[in-house]
Design a protein around this ligand. Structure first.
Ligand SMILES: *[C@@H]1O[C@H](CO)[C@@H](O)[C@H](O)[C@H]1NC(C)=O
Ligand SMILES: *[C@@H]1O[C@H](CO)[C@@H](O)[C@H](O)[C@H]1NC(C)=O
Ligand SMILES: *[C@@H]1O[C@H](CO)[C@@H](O)[C@H](O)[C@H]1NC(C)=O
Length: 214
């Protein structure tokens, strides 16, 4: 995870907000500033920016069981947590040039806004069914580029058909979040099927794991 909002030089409220929306999906999400530079922490730019950053961090922590499972898989098999599209769609040469979108494991597509004053982006939709993380609406193109709406308070996120993502209502720590209800996001593929797995431990102690697959 790069230093969110940058270690060197000054950021702006809007770019810092956009960077947080992207950085919420780094494997390590950390706002990190250099010494003697103007503040850039999530609370610094006022309540409106703080609210947007809080919302996207809530998405990260809602998806923590999925992220945690990807970390476990990385530990066991070496499979990367963060993937370029080409790792999942290696027979699609278009994905070789996509360097501004990425995935969490096989199932979550993240399409950040990287430019100032931009509220829609040209994104590639690889060949699969995809559903908006936010409302489950299916994307109506595949294996093609499309223009995605991305207002300032929004980062486009899509769940890939054929996959089940475990979720949990977030809390302030992984230990306390483990007392909250779990959920599943099941996105069906062309055959109407979906699979996923969950690595589960107590969020604190070494060697406390047990695993289950759903
Ligand atoms: C974005 O908009 C602000 C306010 O209008 C302007 O000052 C800034 O130069 C713009 N940035 C870019 C990259 O166009
Ligand atoms: C991709 O989208 C463009 C623009 O909508 C369209 O003209 C083109 O036919 C599409 N290509 C394929 C292969 O669907
Ligand atoms: C985190 O802790 C603060 C302070 O105790 C509390 O106000 C807030 O509701 C907690 N957030 C969650 C998601 O539990």
């Amino acid at each position: 995870g790069a230093d969110i909002c940058g270690l060197y030089e000054e950021t702006s409220a809007q770019l810092c907000q956009r960077w947080h929306q992207l950085g919420a999906f780094y494997s390590l999400a950390r706002n990190h500033n250099g010494g003697n530079l103007p503040p850039q922490d999530p609370g610094y730019f006022g309540e409106e920016v703080a609210e947007v950053i809080r919302d996207v961090l809530h998405i990260r922590y809602t998806l923590l069981p999925y992220l945690y499972t990807l970390m476990y898989n990385a530990h066991i098999t070496g499979a990367p947590v963060i993937k370029p599209l080409m790792f999942e769609f290696d027979d699609d040469a278009v994905t070789l040039d996509i360097d501004d979108q990425f995935m969490w494991g096989p199932a979550l597509l993240i399409s950040p806004v990287l430019e100032e004053n931009t509220t829609s982006i040209r994104a590639y939709i690889p060949d699969s069914r995809w559903f908006s993380y936010y409302d489950g609406k299916e994307v109506d193109v595949r294996a093609n580029f499309t223009q995605l709406e991305a207002p300032l308070d929004f980062i486009p996120l899509h769940v890939r058909g054929g996959h089940v993502l475990p979720t949990q209502r977030p809390a302030n720590t992984t230990v306390t979040s483990r007392n909250n209800p779990l959920g599943l996001i099941a996105a069906l593929d062309d055959a109407g099927e979906a699979r996923g797995s969950l690595f589960w431990d107590d969020g604190e102690e070494l060697g406390s794991q047990c695993c289950l697959t759903v």
